[in-house]
Design a protein around this ligand. Structure first.
Ligand code: NAG
Ligand code: NAG
Ligand code: NAG
Ligand code: NAG
Length: 413
C-alpha cells in the first residue's frame, strides 16, 4: 500500500504545485505589465519586444524554480505532503518578507545596528580618487539571474564606483522592476545624484517589491559627484535579504561624456551628454595708480601702485592689462594737470588708441579728467595707457593718475 499511497500523494502534491505555479505566473504577469512600463523607453521594434517577452518567460521560469524551492522547504517542514493544501496566502506570506513569516527564505534584520559604525575615518582623501571598483554585470538593471544576490552579506567598506564590464555606470534614480539587478528587491537612489558643488550628500535608498517602489527603506548612503562624470557611493549593508544595489544600464552613455559635458536626463531613463554652459565667474577687476609726476611723452605708464588686482590680469611691472577671457570690459583712467596747456592720455587697446583723457588749462589752475571706455575684448587682448603729451601731477597718496577696469560679463566671440 505504502508505495501506491506514496504515488498518490506525490501526484496530489504535483497538482498543488501546478496550481501554485499558475497563481504565481498570474501575479508575475500583472507585475510585468505594471512595473516594467517605467523602463520601456517607448515603442520598440518587434524583435526587441520579442526578446523582451522571451526574457520575461525566463524570469517566470526562474520564479517557478524559486517557488519549487519554497514548496520543497515547506514539504520538508511538514510531516507529510499535507492534506492542507498550501494556498496562495501562504505563498504571499513567504515572499512578502514581513517579519515572522519569512524564516524559510529570508532573514529580516533590523538595520541601524551596523554599517553606520565607521563614519568618514579619513576626510583628507577625496573619495573621487579613493574608491573600490564594483564591476559586477549582474547588478545591471537589465539583468535577472538565477543566483539571487544579497548585499547584506557584503562587508562594505569605504567608497565604491560602479562599472559595467569596465564601463562607468550609475545607480538608477527610478524604481527598478523587482527581480532585476540579480536580486529580489533592487535598490535605487532616491532624490537623484548630487552635483559636484554639492560635495558629499546623503541619499535615501529604496528597494522595490510587490509594486511598492519603497517597500524596503534601506539605510541611506553617501554619494559624491566627481569630475569626469562619475559618482562614488559609500554603500552600507541593506536592511534585509535579498536586496542589492543596482547599476542603471541606461546610464552607460554617461561614461562617454567629455569633461566639458554633463550627463543629463529629463525622464531619468534616457540619458545623454550635454555640453556645459561656460559659466566663468566675472571676477576680474583691477585698480592701480601712478604715484608721481609725469612729463612729456611716456609710451606706457607703469602704474606700479596696485590696489586691486582680482584675477591677476594686470601686470604692475609693465602697466599692461591682458584680458584673461573673452567678454565685455570697462576701463577708466584719469590724470590731473596744472596750468600747462594740453595734456593727453590715451587708452591703448591692442595697439589702437581708442580713448583720450584730455585737458587744456592755463594759469595756476589745476583740473582732473576722468575718461571711461567700454568694449568687447578677445582673450589675450592688451590694454594700457600712454602719456602722449603734457604734464600730469600726482604724489604717493593722491591717486590722481589712475587706471582701472572690470570684466563685466564673459562672452564668446
Ligand atoms: C498570511 O497573511 C495573511 C494576511 O496577509 C494572514 O491572514 C494569513 O493568516 C497568513 N498566513 C499564514 C500562514 O501566516
Ligand atoms: C544589458 O544591456 C547591455 C548593454 O546594452 C547588453 O550588453 C547586455 O547584453 C544586456 N544584458 C541583458 C541580460 O539583457
Ligand atoms: C576732459 O576730457 C575730455 C575728453 O577726454 C575733454 O573733452 C574735456 O575738455 C576735458 N576737460 C577738461 C577740463 O579739460
Ligand atoms: C599728496 O597730495 C595730496 C593732495 O594734494 C596732499 O594732501 C598730500 O599732502 C600729498 N602727500 C605727499 C606725501 O606729498
Amino acid at each position: 500500500m505504502s508505495r501506491n499511497f506514496y504515488h498518490q500523494m506525490v501526484g496530489f502534491c504535483i497538482q498543488v504545485l501546478a496550481v501554485l505555479f499558475a497563481c504565481a505566473a498570474g501575479t508575475e504577469n500583472r507585475d510585468v505589465s505594471n512595473t516594467f512600463r517605467a523602463w520601456n523607453t517607448g515603442d520598440q521594434p518587434l524583435p526587441e519586444q520579442l526578446a523582451f517577452v522571451y526574457k520575461e518567460m525566463e524570469n517566470l521560469k526562474h520564479e517557478q524554480t524559486l517557488m519549487k524551492q519554497k514548496q520543497e522547504s515547506i514539504s520538508q517542514a511538514l510531516p507529510h505532503c499535507s492534506q492542507t493544501p498550501v494556498d496562495t496566502d501562504m505563498e504571499m506570506n513567504l515572499t512578502s518578507l514581513q517579519s515572522g513569516s519569512s524564516q524559510l527564505l529570508y532573514t529580516l534584520a533590523q538595520y541601524g545596528d551596523e554599517g553606520s559604525g565607521e563614519e568618514d575615518s579619513d576626510e583628507s582623501s577625496d573619495p573621487c580618487y579613493h574608491y573600490t571598483v564594483l564591476d559586477q554585470s549582474w547588478r545591471a538593471t537589465n539583468y535577472s539571474t538565477k543566483n539571487v544576490a544579497c548585499d547584506r552579506r557584503v562587508l562594505w567598506k569605504g567608497w565604491y564606483r560602479l562599472f559595467y564590464r569596465g564601463k562607468s555606470i550609475q545607480m538608477p534614480e527610478l524604481c527598478v522592476k523587482k527581480d532585476m539587478c540579480g536580486t529580489h528587491a533592487p535598490l535605487w537612489l532616491v532624490g537623484g545624484h548630487p552635483r559636484i558643488r554639492d560635495g558629499v550628500v546623503t541619499r535615501k535608498v529604496c528597494g522595490n517589491w510587490k509594486n511598492k517602489c519603497c517597500m524596503f527603506k534601506s539605510p541611506p548612503i553617501q554619494v559624491k559627484a566627481c569630475r569626469g562624470n562619475y559618482y562614488v557611493y559609500k554603500f552600507v549593508k541593506p536592511g534585509a535579504c535579498h536586496l542589492a544595489y543596482c547599476a542603471d544600464i541606461n546610464t552607460l552613455v554617461c561614461g562617454k561624456c567629455k569633461r566639458s559635458e554633463s550627463c543629463i536626463s529629463r525622464d531619468k531613463i534616457t540619458w545623454m551628454c550635454k555640453k556645459n554652459k561656460i559659466r566663468v565667474k566675472a571676477n576680474v577687476h583691477f585698480f592701480a595708480s601712478y604715484p608721481a609726476h609725469i612729463s612729456g611723452k611716456v609710451n606706457k605708464i607703469v602704474y606700479r601702485k596696485v590696489y586691486v588686482n582680482q584675477g591677476g590680469a594686470f601686470n604692475s611691472r609693465t602697466g599692461t592689462f591682458i584680458a584673461p577671457v573673452s567678454g565685455v570690459y570697462q576701463f577708466f583712467f584719469s590724470t590731473q594737470t596744472g596750468g600747462s596747456g594740453v595734456t593727453d592720455l590715451w587708452l591703448v587697446v591692442n595697439g589702437y588708441w581708442v580713448a583720450v583723457s584730455h585737458s587744456n588749462i592755463q594759469g595756476p589752475n589745476s583740473v582732473g579728467n576722468l575718461s571711461t571706455y567700454m568694449t568687447t575684448l578677445r582673450k589675450g587682448a592688451m590694454v594700457y595707457v600712454t602719456h602722449n603729451h603734457g604734464r600730469s601731477w600726482a604724489n604717493a597718496s593722491s591717486n590722481t593718475i589712475i587706471f582701472g577696469g572690470s570684466l563685466l560679463m564673459v562672452r564668446k566671440i
